[in-house]
Structures are given as structure tokens and as C-alpha cells.
Design a protein around this ligand. Structure first.
Ligand SMILES: [Zn+2]
Length: 405
């Protein structure tokens, strides 16, 4: 008679299980997964593990969003020159043509795309003329601060004036990348880090209120990026693939310090509208995001690149959507030809996943078009938002924030 262990072994099940548990503990070993001379299997490296779900659950294909959407968070252009995380050139590098964007927009029912990284000065004017002016109401471009001028004595005023100029050039908002707080330093690319609530930026925040444009602000990152890249880190693979995304150690502030500095800016500039990207930069803790939304009436959030977080806490997320339905905007972080980052690659599949997450009650599906979930090894569940909430999230809230008609 076989006992249970022998039976499992004969069917290969135990054999497979021991390979996998070994793999989980030996993630940094190269090769493996094959029989050695002794007949003992080497561990399967985590990088080669692609489990296929055996679950039979309902699958909905949502080809188009139920209501036309505005993607408030995309990247069509970048600075031609950057150093140590600081964009230095006004000239833009375009990741794709308007026609490429329009083809996807047509198929996926996207009314408009907001290009957050429009840069400054002549580069910004160029981006606005190539996209916004050439295809009115389909593209909106945001400006960015001129960090190369940061060392100039009169920078606070220069930057405030630049906002007025950007507005005249057609910018629909200001984008703050995590450059502020995590990359910009006293000597621009070297020296001590400049804090988010540095007083030299006060005139810039006020200038945005004066010309009535929102500030889309990205500070901080997933909380796992601030903890050691070790076997306890839930985003180990992602950080292992992109070691420069870790802000653990060195002279980096903690996630809490970044959020506190950001909040001081919000309270000092109540007339400025802040769209806090990536679910208020703390999608893992919707309690924290809710507290801040309650505290700051000038704060809204987008959901870009965070359906992986929202979708693994679908009940909490749904309550969050219902409570803050007037202050959550649809965004994806879509980057043209961003194939290296499947969670934000601009293509049909990405949008279909977002629509499925928002509109259906489907269970246990991928949050990104990738063989292995790129942000962490988990799957997501749809939040099945009611129509009035969907309308607000897809476009009504964006129409209000961008003053569209
Ligand atoms: Zn982004």
C-alpha cells in the first residue's frame, strides 16, 4: 500500500512541489530547473516560473469603455537630456506619432489623452503645436518645471513666470515628477536633496492657482521600493529587474517623510488644485489616501499604474470609489512603446484590462499584459462600478479638472 507521500511522489506532484519551494528560496541562482547527474532536480529559478491558473471563472472581454474616457495620465514625450533623474533639456523626444495614438483611441473609445511630460519653454510649445493644436480636444499637454535654472538666484520668480508663459503656450496643467523630493539636488544633479515643500517653489504653486491650471504630482512610489530588496519584499522581482527604482537607504527620505512634505504644500496652497497620481501615491493604504482626501479639498487622485494594488483589495477599493467618486480620475500611465514596462505600455490590451477592472466583477485576472505579473505575483478582481460612478471616473471628473466643455 502506498501512503500519501509515496502516492504524491509517484504522480510527480510532490516532486514538482519541492522544486517550486526550492525555487522560491533560491531566487538569485542562475540556471537550474534541470536534472543533475545524481537525478536530483535543481531548483527552478523564480524568473522561469510562469504558473497558469487552473481556475474556471467568468471572463469578460471589454473592448471599449462604456463611456468615452479621458486618459489623464500618459507619456507621449520626454526630455532629450536627463542626468541623475533630472530632465535638463527643453527639447522633446517623441515616443510616437499622433496618428499612432489616435488609432488606439478610436478602437478603445478614448476621447482624449493627456501628455503629462510636455516639458518647458520651446519644447513645451512644440509638443502643444504637434498634438494639442493639430488635433484639438484629442490631446492636452502639461508643462514641467525648468529645473536647469534652479541655481539662478531669482529662480522662484523665474519659475512662477514660466507657469504664466506655459499657460499662454497652451499647457493645461503642471506635472511634477518624483524628481522633486527624490532626484533634484542643491546643485541640480549633486548635493543634498531638495525637499518637496522647499519654499523656493511656493511662487510656482501659487502661479498655477492664478492661471487656474491643476498640478499633477507624483511623489514617492510603491512602499516596497522603500524597504530592502530581499526575500520579504513583495516586489522583489520588479526591483531585481530595475534596481535603480529602489529608494531604500542612501540619503533618500522615507515614504512617510515624502508624504508629509507633500501635505505641507497642499495646506500652504489651498487655492491650487493637486491631482495626486497613482492613487495619491499610497495605493497600498487606502485609509491613508482617504484621510488625506478628507483633509485636503484641493486634492484629487488618478488610478494610473495602480490597478494591481486596487484590484487585489477589490472590496476596499470599491468602497473607496463610491465614497470619492467625484475625486478619482481615469489614468493609465500609458507610455508609447513602453514595452519594457507592461503595466503601462500603450496598447489595446492595457486599456481592455483597465475597463475590465472598472466595469466587471470578473475574478482573478492579470493586471498587465505580461507573462509574469510585473509589479508583484498576484492577480486582481473587478470592482464593477455602477454607471454614474463610471461616468465620473472615466471623464466627468477630468472635464471639471481641466475646465473642458
Ligand atoms: Zn507617469
Amino acid at each position: 500500500m502506498f501512503n500519501r507521500r509515496q502516492w504524491l511522489f509517484s504522480t510527480g506532484m510532490l516532486f514538482g512541489a519541492s522544486r517550486l519551494s526550492g525555487a522560491a528560496q533560491n531566487t538569485d541562482q542562475a540556471g537550474g530547473g534541470s536534472e543533475s547527474k545524481s537525478g536530483k532536480s535543481a531548483p527552478l529559478p523564480l524568473t522561469e516560473y510562469e504558473p497558469k491558473s487552473m481556475l474556471h471563472v467568468h471572463e469578460t472581454h471589454v473592448a471599449k469603455c462604456q463611456f468615452p474616457c479621458i486618459d489623464i495620465h500618459t507619456h507621449i514625450s520626454f526630455s532629450k537630456k536627463a542626468e541623475n533623474g533630472v530632465q535638463l533639456a527643453p527639447e522633446r523626444e517623441y515616443l510616437g506619432t499622433p496618428q499612432e495614438c489616435l488609432a488606439v483611441m478610436e478602437r478603445k473609445n478614448i476621447r482624449a489623452m493627456v501628455n503629462l511630460t510636455g516639458g518647458f519653454d520651446a519644447g513645451l510649445a512644440d509638443a502643444v503645436s504637434k498634438y494639442d493644436k493639430a488635433f484639438p480636444s484629442r490631446f492636452f499637454t502639461f508643462a514641467e518645471p525648468s529645473y536647469p535654472r534652479f541655481k539662478e538666484q531669482n529662480y522662484p520668480q523665474i519659475q512662477a513666470d514660466a507657469i504664466a508663459g506655459a499657460h499662454r503656450d497652451g499647457a493645461r496643467g503642471l506635472k511634477i515628477l518624483k524628481t522633486l523630493g527624490l532626484y533634484l539636488r542643491e546643485n541640480i544633479t549633486s548635493g543634498t536633496l531638495v525637499k518637496i515643500d522647499d519654499r523656493r517653489f511656493d511662487p510656482m504653486w501659487d502661479a498655477c492657482a492664478q492661471v487656474n491650471i491643476p498640478v499633477a504630482i507624483h511623489i514617492s512610489d510603491p512602499i516596497a521600493f522603500f524597504t530592502p530588496t530581499d526575500r520579504f519584499n513583495e516586489r522583489y522581482e520588479e526591483l531585481n529587474n530595475h534596481p535603480d527604482w529602489s529608494f531604500h537607504g542612501h540619503d533618500f527620505p522615507s515614504n512617510a517623510e515624502l508624504i508629509e512634505a507633500r501635505n505641507r504644500v497642499f495646506s500652504r496652497h489651498p487655492k491650487t488644485q493637486f491631482l495626486v497620481l497613482h492613487v495619491g501615491n499610497f495605493a497600498e493604504d487606502l485609509g491613508n489616501v482617504s484621510e488625506n482626501l478628507d483633509r485636503f479639498p484641493n486634492m484629487t487622485v488618478d488610478i494610473a499604474a495602480r490597478i494591481g494594488e486596487l484590484g487585489r483589495q477589490p472590496r476596499t477599493a470599491r468602497r473607496f470609489f463610491e465614497k470619492y467618486q467625484d475625486r478619482i480620475l481615469f489614468g493609465t500611465d500609458a507610455t508609447l512603446h513602453g514595452d519594457e514596462f507592461p503595466q503601462q505600455v500603450f496598447n489595446d490590451k492595457l486599456y481592455e484590462i483597465y475597463y475590465r477592472f472598472l466595469e466587471t466583477g470578473d475574478e482573478y485576472f492579470d493586471y498587465a499584459p505580461a507573462k509574469v505579473p510585473p509589479q508583484g505575483r498576484w492577480k486582481i478582481y473587478g470592482v464593477e462600478l455602477p454607471e454614474p460612478v463610471l461616468k465620473k471616473v472615466y471623464y466627468e471628473n477630468a472635464v471639471r479638472l481641466l475646465h473642458l466643455t
